[in-house]
Ligand binder design. Structure first.
Ligand SMILES: Nc1ncnc2c1ncn2[C@@H]1O[C@H](COP(=O)(O)OP(=O)(O)O)[C@@H](O)[C@H]1O
Ligand SMILES: [Mg+2]
Length: 479
């Protein structure tokens, strides 16, 4: 009989666990803004518990603070956590509604107006519902940069904040009772910037100074808000959250996260052709140094990552200069002004620009054909018709790759390959064969990771095998 009670306890415990989880996940996504997370989460809990008040939105938040500190990101992160996608946000760019007549785009023109049937209002019940998900029926609504909105739009907003309803041009209404409404603004941002770094050096802000700074920024934000909006408007906001300028530690954490995301993106986009990014400490410091800006916050960091890392990496990949499974290493270039990105081969060494390839086969036609093809590609081809000759060339030239026929007049190509590998461990050995290899030879190839080309094959197969496994230094780019 005590079942309902214990299940009630359990659900209470569950919901507090969920809140903890939510706070944890959110603060991983939005770095260095603990207040924002702590203030918003209880409203979500209240909604989930069915305790949100009727006749008004679940919560109304005004997010203030410098550019690029995570205001918009907070709403996107919430959408991802609650609905599974950052895109599940009904976003209104107030910059698009600066003129009185543009407000009709938002709610649709009243009947009788020319073309009222063609104007699809931006804010409809259907659109509001479309950003919910099976997981959660709460809509996230974002009015970005509200200081830019025309006065009539601010009046419309007043109704939404106060009564959770919006009357459209066709006289129907939209209900915002199951919504969290976020207003963002950079009101006061310029004054805040002046407070943060009178001489452009906010990196030096210390913890003790920061607490002081936090309350100063809050005060600046409030003054700016009161100046711009009527008291009744300000009164309908549940919480005003001032975002803090990002510290060096926060920027560093954001950078680490962006690099992890970039690797994840590479893995999903390239699948089995993907590679491993290595970004050592010095290269990260370089990105942080170039990407730190109190004016643009993490936006500058994102731009820097894009310019110095993502774009040059994209060039390497697009021009086939990264082999699958390779390590791609990012270092600070000698001039200290750029990053050098190069693909290391599997053995960890740097591969040559124009490989020297040793071809061992007693089929002269094939030799001559490949010789011409490789010469065109700027490669050097050494040819031998026997194992003995091959060993001599190998001693003399130390080629980067060896293409060995299995059946040689005086030996066996697989065993020759194993011998070569003992002398030059990073050499690429490819075995060609006209027959099926005996099991022991096949096992050797597998053990030493020799690709086996079954004859007949296309010359392009050979070239691609070599290209994909030896990554030229020409693949080094500067950014
Ligand atoms: N606190 C933060 N945590 C993680 N990423 C952030 C943070 N602040 C900014 N960013 C990064 O910078 C980009 C721009 O941030 P955004 O939230 O749009 O700035 P704003 O505060 O101007 O709305 C985001 O997409 C995100 O990649
Ligand atoms: Mg924003």
């Amino acid at each position: 009989m005590d079942k309902p009670k214990s299940s009630q306890n359990r659900s209470r415990k569950q919901s507090s666990d969920q809140a903890e989880d939510l706070i944890k996940v959110l603060s991983q996504k939005v770095v260095g803004q603990p207040t924002a997370t702590r203030v918003i989460v209880p409203y979500i809990q209240m909604f989930q518990a069915g305790l949100a008040p009727e006749g008004r939105p679940v919560g109304v938040f005004l997010l203030l603070g410098p550019t690029g500190t995570g205001k918009t990101k907070t709403v996107e992160a919430l959408a991802e956590v609650l609905h599974g996608s950052e895109k599940n946000v009904l976003k209104v760019d107030c910059g698009e509604f600066q003129m009185e007549h543009e407000v009709a785009k938002l709610i649709g023109a009243p009947p009788g107006y020319l073309g009222h049937r063609e104007t699809q209002p931006m804010l409809t019940q259907q659109k509001l519902n479309s950003v919910t998900s099976e997981k959660c029926s709460l809509s996230l609504v974002l009015f970005d940069e509200i200081e830019k909105a025309a006065p009539s739009m601010t009046r419309l907003l007043l109704g939404v904040l106060d009564k959770a309803t919006l009357r459209l041009g066709d006289n129907s209404t939209v209900n915002f009772e199951k919504s969290l409404v976020f207003l963002t603004s950079n009101l006061g941002a310029r004054e805040m910037l002046r407070e943060i770094n009178p001489d452009f050096g906010f990196q030096s802000v210390r913890t003790a100074e920061r607490t002081d700074l936090t309350s100063k920024l809050q005060a600046i934000a409030l003054v700016a808000v009161r100046k711009r909006f009527s008291p009744e408007f300000v009164n309908r906001i549940d919480c005003i959250i001032t975002y803090q300028p990002l510290t060096a530690e926060s920027l560093s954490a954001i950078l680490d996260k962006q690099i992890v995301d970039l690797q994840a993106h590479v893995n999903t986009r390239l699948g089995n052709r993907s590679f491993t990014l290595e970004v050592p400490f010095e290269a990260r410091q370089f990105l942080l140094q170039k990407g730190t800006s109190s004016e643009y916050g993490a936006r500058e960091l994102n731009r820097t990552i894009h310019r110095h890392l993502t774009q040059p990496l994209a060039t390497l990949v697009a021009t086939n200069q990264v082999s699958p499974g390779a390590s791609v290493r990012v270092d600070v270039a000698e001039d200290g002004q750029s990053l050098s990105i190069r693909s290391l081969d599997q053995a960890g060494g740097v591969a040559p620009t124009n490989p020297t390839v040793l071809l061992v086969d007693d089929n002269r036609d094939l030799l001559h054909f490949l010789e011409r093809l490789m010469a065109d590609a700027g490669w050097t081809l050494l040819t031998a018709e026997s194992a003995t000759e091959a060993k001599r060339l190998m001693q003399e030239h130390k080629p980067n790759a060896a293409l060995l026929d299995y059946m040689l007049p005086d030996g066996n190509g697989v065993e020759l390959g194993v011998e070569f590998l003992q002398a030059v461990p990073q050499m690429l050995v490819i075995v060609m064969t006209g027959t099926i290899l005996p099991p022991e030879e096949e096992a050797l190839c597998e053990e030493h990771n020799f690709p086996v080309l079954r004859k007949p094959f296309l010359a392009s197969d050979v070239m691609n095998q070599i290209r994909s496994r030896l990554t030229p230094v020409a693949g080094e780019v500067r950014a």
